[in-house]
Structures are given as structure tokens and as C-alpha cells.
Design a protein around this ligand. Structure first.
Ligand SMILES: Nc1ncnc2c1ncn2[C@@H]1O[C@H](COP(=O)(O)OP(=O)(O)OP(=O)(O)O)[C@@H](O)[C@H]1O
Ligand SMILES: [Mg+2]
Length: 230
């Protein structure tokens, strides 16, 4: 097994006015290639902060992050962006879709940013089909329901086949039917293509579909990588 994502002694303190808000306190984590990991824990415990650090969207106050052998924390801004675009697909807690583009246009934009401009209509259709969005591909975000927008955001994160998918509550706004579609897609990507997935979730049923669960509390990992009993 190969470690594809590694956090060493991560600390993150936000500064709000003159007040320091410690959001992560000395967190270390190793994620193997092909892992499907759930991160759970109460609101405000630092889950999103952790995921944004792992994905190079935030810089830590101290500590190190290694993505597929490359040190994110030692890299320049440009290099960090490059690593992120080559290796990581990010699903945000809020969708962040481009409002003037259609569902398919949002995927095409991701391809142009992440895959060195590769235009792959077949792949776009395949991903939209997996997420049952094939008849919505020409809709813009405001012409989609919340659940459909979330599925487009997911399609966008996976269309470029990133080695690592980081997903912040991907089923948070979805009903059980939509959640099942999303979770089945993750399982399929994980089993079929060995894509590594780290997913924040509040939902025990979603976590039960993962291979391991990490519990966080108050800026720390309290239960490292317990095995999910199937
Ligand atoms: N940009 C920011 N500036 C200041 N404080 C922040 C910022 N982002 C998060 N925090 C604080 O850091 C802590 C951790 O926030 P984080 O968003 O990581 O929690 P979370 O576990 O993802 O919560 P939730 O389950 O509600 O999404 C919280 O106390 C939050 O208020
Ligand atoms: Mg969060």
C-alpha cells in the first residue's frame, strides 16, 4: 500500500480581529491510495478546515501536507495550485457552480482548468449519466434543484479523474434517493478506478459505506481510522 495523502502535525489558527481561533490542533493523518475515508464530528470541530488544508486551498499555521509525494506546504503558490489541479477533485460544502454556464459547461470548465485543456465529451456524458443528470446537461444552476446542483458539483469534481477526491458533506443537502446516487457513484469510482476519497459526513449511513472512519472533536482527531464493520 502507498500513502497518497499525508498530514503531519497540522495546526490551523484563524485570526478574527484580534482574537485567535484555533481550529486544528496538531492533527496527523495518513491516507492510503484507494482509501475511502469518512471524517465525522460535531459542527465547528474543524472538519472543513482539515479538508481545505489537505486540498491546498488553505495554508496551515504549522505542519506539513504531502500529496502523492509532493510537499504542498513547501511549494510556492503557483506550484501548490498546479499540484491541486493535477491531483485533487474538490466537492465544496456549498456548491460553487459557475452560474452562467450549463451543467455540461461547468464540467467543460473543470476540464480546461484541471486536465490541461483536454476536451472529453464522452467522459462528461458518462459522469452525468452516472449521476442521472443526462437530461439536465443543458440547464444552468438556477434551472436545477438543490440536489441536482449538488450532483453537478460532484460531476465536476470527478470528471477529470483526479487521484484524490475531497468531498465536504456531499450528501448534506440531499434526500435519501439522491444521497444513494451520490454514494453509489463514490463507491464505483473507488472500487473500479481505485480513486482515493476523503468525505466529510454527518450521516452514519453514508459513513458506513466508507472503508474507515476518523472521528474529530474540538480541532483534533479523537478516534483514528477505525474499520467500518460491514
Ligand atoms: N475563515 C474563518 N475565519 C475564522 N474562523 C473560522 C473560519 N473558518 C472556520 N472558522 C472557525 O474554525 C472552527 C472550525 O470550522 P470548520 O468550518 O472547520 O468546522 P466544521 O467541522 O467543518 O463544521 P460544520 O460541520 O459546521 O461544517 C470553527 O470554530 C469556525 O468558527
Ligand atoms: Mg464544515
Amino acid at each position: 500500500m502507498r500513502t497518497i495523502l499525508q498530514a503531519e502535525n497540522l495546526e490551523k489558527t484563524y485570526r478574527v480581529g484580534r482574537v485567535d481561533v484555533p481550529a486544528l490542533k496538531n492533527v496527523s493523518l495518513e491516507v492510503e491510495e484507494g482509501e475511502f475515508l469518512a471524517i465525522m464530528g460535531p459542527s465547528g470541530c474543524g472538519k472543513s478546515t482539515m479538508l481545505h488544508l489537505l486540498g491546498g486551498l488553505l495554508t496551515p499555521t504549522s505542519g506539513r501536507i504531502i500529496v502523492d509525494g509532493e510537499d504542498l506546504t513547501a511549494a510556492s503558490d503557483a506550484k501548490r495550485t498546479d499540484i491541486r489541479r493535477r491531483k485533487i477533485g474538490f466537492v465544496f460544502q456549498r456548491f460553487n457552480l459557475f452560474p452562467t454556464l450549463t451543467a455540461e459547461g461547468n464540467l467543460r470548465l473543470a476540464e480546461s482548468i484541471h486536465s490541461a485543456g483536454k476536451d472529453d465529451p464522452e467522459r462528461r456524458r458518462e459522469v452525468l449519466r452516472l449521476l442521472r443528470l443526462e437530461d439536465k446537461m443543458h440547464h444552468k444552476p438556477l434551472e436545477l434543484s438543490g440536489g441536482e446542483q449538488q450532483r453537478v458539483a460532484l460531476a465536476r469534481a470527478v470528471v477529470t479523474r483526479p487521484a484524490i477526491i475531497l468531498a465536504d458533506e456531499p450528501t448534506g443537502n440531499l434526500d435519501s434517493e439522491n444521497s444513494a446516487i451520490v454514494l453509489n457513484m463514490f463507491q464505483e469510482l473507488n472500487y473500479r478506478f481505485n480513486q482515493t476519497i476523503v468525505m466529510i459526513t454527518h450521516n452514519p449511513e453514508a459513513a458506513a459505506m466508507c472503508k474507515h472512519i476518523v472521528q474529530m472533536r474540538d480541532g483534533q482527531i479523537v478516534e483514528p481510522a477505525q474499520n467500518v464493520q460491514m
